[in-house]
Design a binder for this molecule. Structure first.
Ligand code: 0RA
Length: 644
């Protein structure tokens, strides 16, 4: 840029004669706007929130490169989003080949990010890393402000097209980048950001980048959270174990770099039976695992086994400890930063780089050998836990062999209380899991028996968070559920055998109902997670009110809707009935309001953020009473719409 010019020419004159790069830009924008889902996944809430992550990812890259310590994300009144960071600021000088400001290139050209950016680790997996130009293209308007070398620059765009050049608009002191955008209503069905969804991801990012401060501010309601964790993954693991009984108070924590790969791991066992392990590559949750995870698991099992052997901890007759045993009660987070990650798998969340396995394995082996030697009391507790898991596994295997012939979980014998549907093609069939016999009765009478099956469950099912698999399998309600579903469980789980492609949980709209629903969801989350991932689990939405005046009646599903209907009916002579339980509706009403596919609303259960879901389940189902009571009290009003 020349000394005192305030405008960076972009080679386009009067917007009339387009040069080659302008044509590239327009073609790129058009492609993104024509097929937004190809770039951001979908145009529903998930894709919408992804826009924010995309912009934040750029600031995170700057933080990973060591130049940014503060990020602020603001939801404005009109649902526009502002992301501010204190990095070096996006370069604004003339781009050598594109003949326009580097800032404009970054903002308008697909995949331009990497060209002059030498960040050591870059996010580029799955839907991440498509570039801020995609966000720009899908925004009604967007504005960027950059502070570099004491000068402030700005450029604005409409649907991705610059409305003017990059301009110097004044002086400034602290370098950084501020991006504001309003998602395009022409593209997104609903532009309404959920604070909690953004909060989960920002919390996760703050855990994954220790020392980085991320603030989230909602100006619509004046709400603010700040995430900052000096302990990094150690703090993450403490958070995941918050309401569990841990075997030792400080998580085992290490961070080391080898051959350009940065490895950070935290491990803390609790006295439960489930594994909570989250793995990340360049801040992306690798749901499908990959080489880093394999390296970690191999090293963990081997390190524990070495300790057990060295200290003669196994008795005669004990079977050898295997990988599964070291997973019982394990809470761990592993995060690696890899310069050139290769993502594979169906959802592109599986790390393929083969060299990473050895790196993680070596670092973990070395650290654990030393740590166990120096902290024998911790090592001993872990060893004992793992040995007891091995014994339980052996006992369960023997018990299972005995009961196998009794066709305990055999499809051929469906549970007696299941009212099955007459169609058999799973694709068109659905099952309602209903709380209590009386509601179950109404549902049975009200349903369309051709494709709707009803399974009434009695009272509260077993809390699977507090029991080992053998006890879970001996619980009648859970067995009825497993048998009805047809897809087995644990090692025998096979989602292709599912007998109904919609599984709908229908409980009362009160605290008890919420509790039972959570118990059922916890079971699915721990033992049939894939069904949630496949979007097969739903929550029925029975009405909260029936509003009647004379011969007309209407149902309301929220307090707001009730008030609207009352206003519409006119206040005089309006009768409002509040439904406390499903049992208060007759079969016909239940069908019309909650079960008829033509008119009902179902809430699809999603696992958008597995760590947050896990934490929530622990709060709701774990041992600690206080946090659960607080949570239920805080959320009593919302709990019926809990989207876990
Ligand atoms: C490349 C080079 C430089 C900064 C950035 C990228 C950068 C990009 C973003 C996106 C959001 N916030 C950002 N902050 C920085 C700086 C190169 C230099 O100054 O030498």
């Amino acid at each position: 840029m020349k000394g005192d010019t305030t405008t960076i020419e972009n080679g386009k004159k009067n917007g009339l004669n387009y040069d080659a790069s302008s044509i590239t830009v327009l073609k790129g924008l058009e492609a993104v706007r024509r097929r937004p889902a190809m770039y951001i996944g979908d145009v529903g809430p998930r894709g919408l929130h992804h826009l924010v992550y995309e912009v934040v990812d750029n600031s995170i890259d700057e933080a990973m490169a060591g130049f940014c310590s503060n990020i602020k994300v603001e939801i404005e009144q009109d649902n526009s989003i502002t992301v501010t960071d204190n990095g070096r600021g996006i370069p604004v000088d003339m781009h050598p080949t594109q003949k326009k400001s580097a800032l404009e290139v970054v903002m308008t050209m697909l995949h331009a990010g990497g060209k002059f950016d030498h960040a050591s680790y870059k996010v580029s997996g799955g839907l991440h890393g498509v570039g801020v130009s995609v966000v720009n293209a899908l925004s009604e308007w967007c504005q960027v402000e950059v502070c570099r070398d004491d000068a402030k620059y700005s450029q604005e765009y409409k649907r991705g097209i610059p409305t003017g050049d990059v301009k110097k608009i004044g002086a400034c002191k602290d370098p950084g980048t501020k991006t504001t955008f309003l998602a395009d209503h022409e593209i997104f069905s609903k532009v309404d950001f959920k604070f909690d969804i953004l909060a989960s991801r920002m919390r996760e990012l703050a855990f994954l980048n220790k020392g980085l401060k991320i603030a989230l501010i909602d100006h619509r309601v004046d709400k603010k959270l700040e995430f900052f964790y000096k302990g990094g993954l150690a703090a993450f693991v403490e958070y995941l174990n918050e309401n569990k009984n841990v075997l030792y108070s400080k998580p085992i924590y290490f961070q080391k770099e080898k051959d350009g790969t940065d490895v950070e791991i935290a491990i803390q066992y609790n006295d439960g039976y489930v594994e909570n392990l989250f793995s990340y590559v360049n801040n992306i949750n690798t749901i499908e695992g990959g080489s880093h995870l394999t390296g970690f698991r191999t090293a963990l099992t081997r390190s524990i086994n070495n300790y057990i052997t060295k200290n003669n901890l196994v008795k005669n007759g004990d079977s050898a400890v295997i990988g599964d045993d070291s997973r019982e009660g394990l809470t761990a987070v592993i995060s690696v930063k890899v310069p050139d990650p290769q993502f594979e798998g169906q959802t592109k969340t599986k790390l393929g780089n083969s060299e990473t396995k050895g790196i993680v394995e070596t670092i973990t082996n070395d650290y654990l050998a030393e740590h166990f030697a120096e902290n024998p009391s911790v090592a001993k507790k872990i060893a004992e836990k793992v040995i007891s898991a091995a014994r339980a596994r052996e006992a369960a295997r023997k018990a299972k062999e005995l009961t196998r012939r009794k066709t305990a979980l055999d499809n051929a014998s469906l549970p007696g209380k299941l009212a099955d549907c007459s169609m058999t093609d799973p694709e068109s069939c659905e099952i309602y899991i209903v709380e209590g016999d009386s509601a179950g009765g109404s549902a049975k009478q009200g349903r369309d028996r051709r494709f709707q099956a009803i399974l009434p469950l009695k009272g509260k099912i077993l809390n699977v968070e507090k029991a080992r698999i053998d006890r879970i399998l001996s619980n009648d309600e859970i067995r009825a559920l497993i048998t009805a579903m047809g897809c087995g469980i644990a090692e025998d789980f096979d989602p292709s055998q599912l007998r109904y492609h919609k599984v709908i949980i229908m409980t009362d709209a009160d605290i008890d109902g919420a509790h039972i629903r959570t118990l059922i969801l916890t079971f699915f989350f721990r033992y049939m997670k894939e069904l949630i991932e496949q979007g097969r689990i739903f929550i029925a939405q029975p009405p909260l009110y029936r509003i009647q005046k004379g011969k007309s009646e209407q149902y309301a599903y929220s307090d707001e809707e009730r008030d609207r209907v009352i206003a519409q009916f006119g206040r005089d002579g309006v009768v409002v009935q509040r439904y406390k339980g499903l049992g208060e509706m007759n079969p016909e009403q239940l069908w019309r309001t909650t079960m008829d596919p033509e008119t009902r609303t179902l809430l699809q259960v999603s696992l958008e953020d597995a760590a947050a879901a896990d934490h929530l389940f622990t709060i709701l189902m774990g041992d600690a009473v206080e946090p659960r009571r607080d949570f239920i009290q805080e959320n009593a009003r919302y709990v019926r719409n809990l989207d876990i």
